[in-house]
Design a protein around this ligand. Structure first.
Ligand code: PLP
Length: 411
C-alpha cells in the first residue's frame, strides 16, 4: 500500500520563485531578514481575503459570517478581518478588547465560553456585546450585573445540542459537556430570561470543529435548525440571531482533502426557505476560525544543526513545540501525524532525503516532523510548517524551557 501524502493543494498553496517560497509576494529568505529573527509566523493577508471571497461566493448571501477570534487573535489579523466578516465571536475578555478596537459594531459581537468572570460579564454588558449564556448560574450573574449597571444585557442561550457533529476533530456538543445549556433545560431557562430585564437575542448552537466532510456539516446544520425551531416556541421574544456554529475544517495530515463547501451552500439555500417561515426575523450566523486563517499562515524556523543518529537524519531547528504545539502532535491529536513541511529556500531542489525535524527542547515530544522526505538541507536553511495560521502562536506553551518567543507578521 502506498503511504498517503499531503494534499497537493496544500503543498503548492504558496508560489515559488527562483527556488524560494513567496509569502505575500516576498521570498522567504528576504522575509526572514525583514522580520529580523527566526522563528516567526507569517500570515498572508491576501489568502485571508481570498478565503472569505470564496465563502461568500458559495454561501447564501443572507448568511452572516463571523470570525472566532480564538483561532488567531493577532490584532493585525483581527483588524484585517473586521473589513471582511460580519461579526466576531469571542471566548475571553482579552479577545473582547481586541475586537472592540476594530470598526465592527458590538451588536455583531458575541461572547461564549464557560466560567466567564464577573469582570468579563461587566465589560461585555457595558460594551453591548451579546453574552452567550453557558449556564443557569451565569444567567443569574448576568442579570444581576445588568441591573447594577442599569444597562440591559444582550443575551443568547448557548445550547448543548442533543446531537454531535459527525467525523469532527473536536466534538463540542452532544452528550454531557461543559459548553452550553442542555437542550432539554433550555425551555425553563427561556422562561427565566422572560422574567428578567434582559435583551434576548437568540441561540448559539455549536456542535463541533474541524470537519472535512460536507455531508457531516450539512447533517449538523439541518439538526441545528430543527432544534432552534423547537426551542423558539419557548422564546421570551422574537429570535433575532441564530448562530449555527461552523466546523469547517482544513486538511492538516497526509490523505486529507480540502472541504468542498459548495454542497453546504446549496443545502443552506434550501434550509433558509424553511427558516424564513419558522423564525423569519432571525439572521443566521456561521462562525469560523481555522477555515478563515489556518491556511494563510506558516511557521518558519531555521536549521541550526544537522546530525545523523544510527542512520536517521535530524535537522535541529531554533523552533519547536513551545511555539507550535499542534505541529508536534500534542494539541488534541490521538495519534501523532505530520503537518505539511517544506524547506522554504529549496523549493526547486530535486535531491530528497528522509529527515526528522526537531526543536531545541530537552524532550522527545519536541518533534515537528517525523521522517519526512525533504530536499537535502543544511544549517541555515528555513524549515516551513504549513497550515499554521490557526491555533499556532497563541495555542503553544511559550514559557516552556524559557527560549525566546517567535514573532508574528501579517504580510
Ligand atoms: C473554537 C470555536 C470556534 C472555532 O473553531 P474552528 O474549528 O477554528 O473553526 C467556533 N465557535 C466556538 C464556540 C468555538 O469555541
Amino acid at each position: 500500500m502506498r503511504k498517503p501524502k499531503h494534499s497537493e493543494t496544500v503543498l503548492n498553496a504558496f508560489p515559488v520563485e527562483s527556488g524560494e517560497m513567496l509569502i505575500g509576494g516576498i521570498p522567504i529568505t528576504r522575509l526572514a531578514n525583514r522580520v529580523g529573527q527566526t522563528p516567526f509566523y507569517a500570515y498572508a493577508r491576501q489568502k485571508i481575503t481570498d478565503r472569505i471571497a470564496h465563502l461568500r461566493q458559495h454561501l447564501p448571501e443572507k448568511i452572516r459570517l463571523h470570525y472566532a477570534i480564538k483561532a488567531n487573535p493577532m490584532p493585525a489579523i483581527v483588524q484585517h478581518l473586521a473589513g471582511l466578516v460580519d461579526g466576531f465571536d469571542l471566548a475571553s475578555g482579552g479577545e473582547m478588547r481586541i475586537a472592540l478596537d476594530t470598526p465592527i459594531s458590538p451588536n455583531h459581537i458575541s461572547f461564549a465560553g464557560p466560567g466567564k468572570s464577573a469582570n468579563e460579564i461587566r465589560s461585555a454588558i457595558s460594551a453591548g456585546v451579546t453574552i452567550n449564556l453557558e449556564s443557569e448560574t451565569e444567567l443569574e450573574r448576568v442579570a444581576e450585573s445588568s441591573e447594577k449597571q442599569g444597562v440591559m444585557a444582550r443575551v443568547a442561550v448557548r445550547v448543548n445540542p442533543d446531537f454531535e457533529l459527525k467525523s469532527s476533530g473536536m466534538k463540542m456538543g452532544g452528550g454531557p459537556k461543559q459548553f452550553g445549556i442542555d437542550a432539554e433545560r433550555v425551555p425553563d431557562v427561556l422562561k427565566r430570561i422572560g422574567e428578567l430585564e434582559l435583551d434576548f437575542q437568540g441561540f448559539h448552537i455549536f456542535s463541533g470543529s474541524q470537519t472535512l466532510r460536507a455531508e457531516a456539516i450539512i447533517d449538523a446544520q439541518e439538526k441545528t435548525l430543527e432544534l432552534a425551531y423547537r426551542l423558539a416556541d419557548a422564546a421570551p421574544s422574537t429570535v433575532r440571531k441564530l448562530n449555527i456554529g461552523g466546523g469547517f475544517g482544513i486538511p492538516y495530515f497526509p490523505g486529507e482533502q480540502p472541504l468542498d463547501i459548495s454542497p453546504i451552500g446549496d443545502r443552506l439555500a434550501d434550509l433558509l426557505e424553511e427558516k424564513n417561515k419558522q423564525i423569519p426575523e432571525a439572521e443566521i450566523i456561521i462562525e469560523l476560525g481555522r477555515y478563515l486563517v489556518g491556511e494563510a499562515g506558516i511557521y518558519v524556523c531555521r536549521v541550526v544543526d544537522r546530525k545523523i543518529s544510527r542512520g536517521q537524519t535530524f535537522l535541529i531547528t531554533d523552533g519547536g513545540l513551545h511555539h507550535h504545539l499542534a505541529a508536534s502532535g500534542n494539541f488534541g491529536q490521538v495519534i501523532r501525524k505530520n503537518y505539511p513541511v517544506l524547506i522554504g529556500n529549496k523549493m526547486s531542489s530535486k535531491k530528497h532525503e528522509p529527515v526528522s525535524i526537531v526543536g531545541p527542547l530537552c524532550t522527545p515530544l519536541d518533534l515537528l516532523a517525523d521522517r519526512v522526505e525533504l530536499p537535502e538541507s543544511d544549517i541555515g536553511d528555513l524549515a516551513v510548517i504549513l497550515q499554521s495560521g490557526a491555533y499556532g502562536f497563541s495555542a503553544s506553551p511559550q514559557g516552556f524551557l524559557g527560549h525566546p518567543a517567535p514573532i508574528e507578521v501579517l504580510v
